[in-house]
Ligand binder design. Structure first.
Ligand code: HPA
Length: 278
């Protein structure tokens, strides 16, 4: 098996991650033939079909051909980047290649796709994920808006004394816009755990006690990097399962994938309509 840690410029501590992202954006422009993108969309578990509904795909490229991107670690995570044009002529960079913090390649690799998206010109970052629901009244297959997050990874994409305001990190304007498409959308606070193990029931109780409603292993670090890059952020979680201890049966990756598969048509069309309205 080839090693995704080799030959990645981000693994050199002396590298400037923003310069690597600028190089990646140049690669994307060259390989897609699209100079600038307006919107970026990261597809998490269950959200994969959305790309087809957003508009016309003008180019699909292998993420590993783009500087700084590694190999996908997970089944259900496509390692491609697509350039899509919406009916209104907006260029959307669809990122089907997410590096998770639990892979252990460091935060620079985790947020590289977001920094690259910003370097392609994208002003809006749409982050999606599959996650566990802490609220009893939620059900697997339900999409929810992310209203805020709690970063439980003890890590940050910011380096040095970089003090960044995270008020309204998940844009109220964009959440309101999403609710004009689907007024039944609920929202909640996303807790990013490091993973890759699912949470214990005690950890889920802690998440609930500190104000969390959604538990997952992505998104918060990416959102911080997107804010640093000056992007407006919209976050969606697909509740693939109720969190450990909330649901009485054990959690399995298979269950998460299956819930995503079943919800895919509905949430993809929701996402496509929201992106069409941006
Ligand atoms: N916890 C963390 N990550 C997840 C979950 C969960 O319950 N479901 C899907 N991703």
């Amino acid at each position: 098996m080839s090693d995704s840690t080799t030959d990645n410029p981000l693994d050199d501590p002396a590298a400037d991650p923003f310069a690597v992202a600028a190089q990646a954006a140049d690669d994307i422009a060259r390989l897609t033939g699209v100079d600038r993108h307006d919107i970026a969309l990261t597809l998490g578990s269950g959200w994969g079909k959305a790309a087809e509904l957003i508009g016309e795909t003008t180019a699909t490229i292998d993420a590993t051909d783009v500087t700084g991107f590694g190999r996908p670690a997970l089944e259900g995570h496509v390692g491609t980047l697509r350039s899509v044009v919406t009916a209104r002529g907006k260029r959307v960079l669809v990122i089907g290649a997410r590096t998770h913090f639990y892979e252990g390649h460091g935060v620079r690799r985790v947020v590289h796709s977001v920094r690259t998206a910003a370097a392609t010109g994208a002003k809006t970052m749409v982050l999606t994920n599959g996650a566990g629901g802490v609220r009893h009244e939620w059900h697997p297959g339900q999409p929810v808006l992310i209203s805020d997050h709690i970063n439980l990874t003890a890590a940050s994409p910011l380096e040095g004394a970089t003090f960044i305001d995270l008020t309204d990190l998940y844009s109220l304007r964009l959440r309101d816009l999403a609710r004009t498409i689907d007024p039944t959308l609920e929202e909640g606070v996303y807790c990013q755990f490091r993973g890759p193990q699912y949470e214990t029931p005690a950890e889920v109780r802690m998440a609930k006690a500190i104000g969390g409603h959604i538990v997952g292993m992505s998104t918060a670090l990416e959102a911080i990097a997107a804010r640093q890059a000056g992007m407006e952020i919209l976050g969606f979680s697909l509740i693939t399962n109720l969190a450990a201890g909330i649901q009485t049966t054990p959690l399995s990756h298979q269950e998460v994938i299956e819930a995503g598969r079943q919800a895919e048509p509905v949430i993809s069309s929701l996402l496509a309509r929201v992106i069409g309205a941006l």
